[in-house]
Design a protein around this ligand. Structure first.
Ligand code: ATP
Ligand code: MG
Length: 575
């Protein structure tokens, strides 16, 4: 492709909202174009890289025997009502009505649609196992679309669904997908870590996220260097502090004026924050969006509440709970904002972190303005409706597997795999007849990759202050031939020769034949990040060109034929 003919508009200035490197660079290179918040289009270079990622995914999925299909983005509400997710999916679902008022959504994911296909098409054990996938546009009306392709409202996803006779089959399918994902992300040039994950709105039992390591990532992961434990902090189990066998002391009310936070009360009473109980107050909503109850969650004062664990304990959708209006909740339940404790609360669900059960003589709010109570003990003074691990695993906390201090890292979730089991086949009636003609539920797994998010993750991991540094496998072009002076016939002839020879060898080449100053061309070549640059300049007449890899500092002068040979070799080795 000749750059002079290519439809490309690079930007000198990027909008302020672009805060992270991948967003800035994808906009500056003109690879993506914003239409409205969270909705992007792909220009020629951007679309080429998207297709490279798609093809890597396709090759690795096909290699496992999975079959590609393409389902519609428009999905009827009825399917989601059957699975029970029309409400559970919440406001992230992009809902639309047709002209007759019938409800549809633009698919955020396709478990229902694929289950529907399979319940119609599969009747016998002979048709299983099966793995179907698609690469398709998804819609999620994200509350906070941000970082460009990273969290957008329209994005491309690869989603695969496996259908097995039994759980042993599912384990095998899951392992196959897990391995395929490792190959895919490795081929895309990503540094990543598979970690155990929560199953969220998709459901099922086990799950792993594939996290591309990056400081700007929205996923926080906890991992252990001593053993192989690695999980999202949402999912990671916590070790309870050991139970204490101190004698229970009598309750003692203390005046603690103005001490609304754990820090304030601990300082005021001269005690460690770990000797206090922290309260967090929530209101929950029903399917019509009406308030239907209050929740008070309690953790040790120095801990943080893990919202995902709380939601799982309550078994409600993420969007049906939020922080309570303290004044309103106070009237209904007897809590007092800033001074809430577990004793004497009424008409609300009390959820207690498991470690509080074994700790003795803690200090909690007295449910009375400016008062706390000392020597609060579980069992004697209060009980929980639910007692479970509600804590967030912090850096340095003991590893739930081996006890060594855990580390934290940030990353971008580029893919996730789930063991769904029979969640969808049971709710939607997807069965097959086994060898004995008995009906059995099909056992499912599902496997997603954010194609466009992967593109931004690649840029996030591969750039410098001058621009993108594409790994060969996803670069929009492999080589850029920079023709310094297009009006110089000798230079032009050499550049054309290199351009044509490389294309004949199957190399994807950009020829920068624009009538621009050399400085502009070099800047653009760096910005665009094409892996190999061959510069045809002053010494073209002697058959000498300059050869440079975008990822390296040094340049070298080479004979034209050597430059061509070296470029072909590196492209074939790395593409
Ligand atoms: P997140 O936790 O980031 O919202 P998710 O867990 O809801 O993502 P999945 O349902 O697992 O996402 O979707 C599969 C993949 O699709 C994700 O691993 C991610 O790479 C991609 N993805 C999800 N939401 C978005 C989005 N809003 N924009 C771009 N890619 C997305
Ligand atoms: Mg996910």
């Amino acid at each position: 492709m000749r750059l002079s003919k290519m439809h490309i508009k690079t930007l000198r200035e990027v909008p302020n909202e672009a805060e992270i490197a991948s967003h800035i660079l994808l906009l500056r290179t003109g690879m993506i174009r914003k239409l409205v918040s969270g909705v992007y289009g792909f220009m020629p270079l951007g679309w080429r890289s998207v297709r490279k990622i798609e093809n890597i995914i396709r090759e690795e999925m096909d290699a496992t025997g999975a079959q590609e299909i393409l389902m519609s983005a428009v999905q009827p509400a009825e399917l989601w009502q059957e699975s029970g997710r029309w409400f559970a999916y919440g406001p992230e679902m992009w809902r639309v009505k047709d002209r007759n008022g019938r409800d549809f959504c633009l698919g955020p994911t396709h478990e229902e649609v694929f289950t529907d296909i399979i319940r119609n098409d599969v009747s016998s054990y002979r048709q299983l196992p099966l793995n179907l996938y698609q690469i398709q546009t998804k819609y999620r009306d994200e509350a906070r679309p941000r970082f460009g392709l990273m969290r957008s409202r329209e994005f491309i996803m690869k989603d695969a669904y496996s259908f097995d006779k039994d759980y042993a089959g599912l384990d095998k399918s899951y392992d196959e997908m897990y391995k395929a994902y490792e190959k895919i992300f490795t081929r895309c040039g990503l540094t990543f870590r598979p970690v155990e994950a929560d199953t969220g709105a998709i459901g099922g039992s086990n799950s792993h996220e594939f996290t591309a390591l990056s400081e700007v990532g929205e996923s926080e992961i906890a991992y252990c260097e001593k053993c192989s434990m690695a999980a999202t902090t949402e999912k990671a189990e916590c070790v309870d502090a050991p139970a204490e066998d101190d004698a229970m002391l009598p309750l003692e009310e203390v005046n603690t004026p103005g001490t609304k936070t754990i820090e304030e009360v601990a300082n005021f009473l001269g005690m460690d924050q770990s000797r206090t109980i922290k309260a967090l107050l929530f209101v929950t909503y029903d399917e019509e969006g009406k308030e239907n109850g209050y929740v008070a969650a309690f953790v040790r004062g120095d801990r943080e509440l893990n919202m995902v664990k709380l939601i799982n304990a309550l078994n409600i959708p993420e969007h049906s709970i939020e922080f309570a209006d303290e004044a309103k909740m106070s009237q209904a339940t007897g809590c007092v904002g800033g001074f809430t404790g577990p004793i004497g609360l009424h008409d609300c669900k009390i959820v207690v972190d498991s470690e509080l059960v074994g700790l003795k003589n803690l200090c909690a709010g007295a449910n009375k303005e400016d008062y706390h109570v000392k020597n609060v003990n579980y069992g004697r003074d209060y009980e929980g409706d639910i007692v479970t691990d509600l804590k967030l695993l912090k850096e340095g906390d003991p590893c739930p597997v081996c006890g060594a201090p855990v580390k934290h890292a940030r990353g971008i979730e580029v893919g996730q795999v789930f063991k769904l089991g029979t969640k969808y086949s049971e709710s939607m009636g997807a069965t097959y007849k086994d060898e004995n003609q008995k009906d059995q539920f099909i056992v499912m797994g599902c496997y997603g990759i954010g194609v466009t998010r992967t593109l931004s993750a690649v840029v996030e991991q591969h750039h410098d202050e001058n621009g993108i540094i594409w790994p060969m496998s996803v670069a929009p072009y492999h080589v850029i031939v920079t023709l310094v002076k297009p009006e110089d016939e000798e230079q032009a002839a050499v550049a054309e020769k290199i351009y044509n020879d490389l294309m004949k060898a199957g190399v994807e080449v950009l020829l920068d034949d624009r009538k621009e100053r050399p400085g502009v061309k070099f800047k653009d070549a760096d910005l665009l990040g094409i892996p190999v640059r061959i510069t045809v300049g002053k010494r073209a007449g002697e058959g000498i060109v300059e050869y440079k890899l975008r990822r390296e500092e040094e340049k070298s002068e080479k004979a034209v034929e050597d430059a061509i040979k070296d470029a072909i070799a590196i492209v074939n080795a790395e593409k």
